[in-house]
Structures are given as structure tokens and as C-alpha cells.
Design a protein around this ligand. Structure first.
Ligand SMILES: [Zn+2]
Ligand SMILES: [Zn+2]
Length: 233
């Protein structure tokens, strides 16, 4: 049976919500014993697997102190309502994605791209509405050691998160690592041009491990800067 929690660094784990590394959630310990923070919640069916992943690292649902959602898309916010109910933890979302989380429907896709227009025609990406308890702002450092980087583009309120104690940088969907590292496909973005700009900013964030929602982590703190220099020039 595949591992339910894969260690990324001391106090940092990747919890796959589907077989393989293609849709991940993350757990970070806050340095005060058993308490942990969950980053992202997978699709609406993911909570059972996420809770099993927590159990595999010796954590009860009540050990979750906060659930951070990187952005209001169904594959990240889909399990948030159920996980909030199971753990009693507050859900934190950046202010610019709060309305989408509350509505249970992601923002429209970039109409300036052909792909975005095609994706838009497939209909709204919906998920169980999320009761947001905390609104995140750029450059905020949470009491669990997570540093918030507002990285608008993929959605208006997309955030990346650096876990200071472990050096793990969760890039959410700003970048994906499916086959190779790449900026979020334009068709899946609210504002494709802005997404590329914010990825350039992320490249300045000191980190040890680059962790993707979609794809395996890269254990190399220079890979993102190199990508920006060579591919995103
Ligand atoms: Zn997304
Ligand atoms: Zn995604």
C-alpha cells in the first residue's frame, strides 16, 4: 500500500490525496508538540485519505490547529468543509479568494486565452462552500511558522506558503511539476500574465524544498530561480 504521508523535511509531510504525486495536501508541525497545520484539502472526496495520513504520523483530527487553503479551486478547497467539521479547525484563505470559497465556486478563467475560453465553457468549478474563519494577507507570518506570499494570477487570492522551520515552500498552483516544472497553464488561470509575474517574485524566496500541489517535490532550493532565469526570462 502506498504511503499515506511522505516526509519532506523535519516537521513537514506531503499527504497524497490520489495515487501518485498528482494532487497533494501538506502537513506542518508548529513546533509545539502534536499541533499541526494542514495546507490544502484535496477534492471533496479527499478528507478520508487526509485523516488517514494524519493518523499515520500519529496525529488526531483534534491536533489540527488550522487549515490553510492556497486558493478556491475544487482540488484544493474541495475537502475544506468536511475537514473543518472533522477537526474543528478554522479555515484560512487569502482575502481575495474568500468570496469564491464562501460561494463554493472558483473564479472565472482568463478569457484572453483560447484555452481559458474553452475551460470556461465546461462550466463553473464547484465544491462544498467553505466557512472562512481567517483572512490571510501578503507577508503575514502565522503562529505555526507559515509565511504567506500572495501570488495572484492562478486565482486572485492564490497564496504560496513557506514553512520557516523546515524550509519547505508550497507553491500551490502557481507552478506545477507534471512531467516537468512549469508555470500554471494559462487556461487554468484567472490572469495568466499576472501568474508569470508572481512566479518571478516567488523565485526570490529562500527555501530548501520546493513542494507542488501537482507533482513530486524538488529537494533543491535553487531549482525555482534557475527555472525563472532559463525558462521564464
Ligand atoms: Zn488551481
Ligand atoms: Zn490545482
Amino acid at each position: 500500500m502506498a504511503a499515506l504521508a511522505i516526509p519532506l523535511a523535519d516537521g513537514a509531510w506531503r499527504l497524497p490525496t490520489v495515487p501518485g504525486p498528482w494532487l497533494n495536501t501538506f502537513v506542518f508541525s508548529g513546533g509545539d508538540g502534536r499541533r499541526v497545520t494542514l495546507v490544502d484539502t484535496g477534492l471533496p472526496g479527499a478528507p478520508r485519505r487526509v485523516l488517514a495520513g494524519l493518523a499515520s504520523i500519529g496525529r488526531e483530527p483534534s491536533d489540527v490547529r488550522r487549515i490553510v487553503v492556497t486558493h478556491a479551486h475544487p482540488d484544493h478547497a474541495g475537502g475544506a468543509a468536511a475537514l473543518a467539521a472533522a477537526t474543528g479547525a478554522p479555515v484560512a484563505v487569502h482575502g481575495d479568494d474568500v468570496s469564491f470559497a464562501l460561494a463554493g465556486a472558483g473564479p472565472r478563467f482568463d478569457p484572453s486565452t483560447r484555452g481559458g475560453r474553452i475551460v470556461a465553457r465546461l462550466g463553473k468549478a464547484t465544491f462544498p462552500p467553505v466557512a472562512v474563519a481567517e483572512e490571510l494577507v501578503d507577508d503575514q507570518v502565522l503562529d505555526d511558522g507559515l509565511h504567506v506570499f500572495a501570488t495572484a494570477g492562478h486565482t486572485p487570492g492564490h497564496v504560496a506558503l513557506l514553512h520557516g522551520p523546515s524550509g519547505v515552500l508550497v507553491v500551490g498552483d502557481a507552478l506545477m511539476n507534471v512531467g516537468r516544472m512549469r508555470v500554471s497553464p494559462a487556461a487554468l488561470c484567472y490572469d495568466a500574465r499576472r501568474c508569470r509575474e508572481t512566479v518571478r517574485r516567488l523565485a526570490d524566496v529562500d527555501h530548501a524544498v520546493l513542494a507542488f500541489s501537482h507533482g513530486p517535490a524538488v529537494d533543491d532550493g535553487t531549482a525555482l530561480a534557475a527555472h525563472v532565469r532559463t525558462v521564464l526570462r
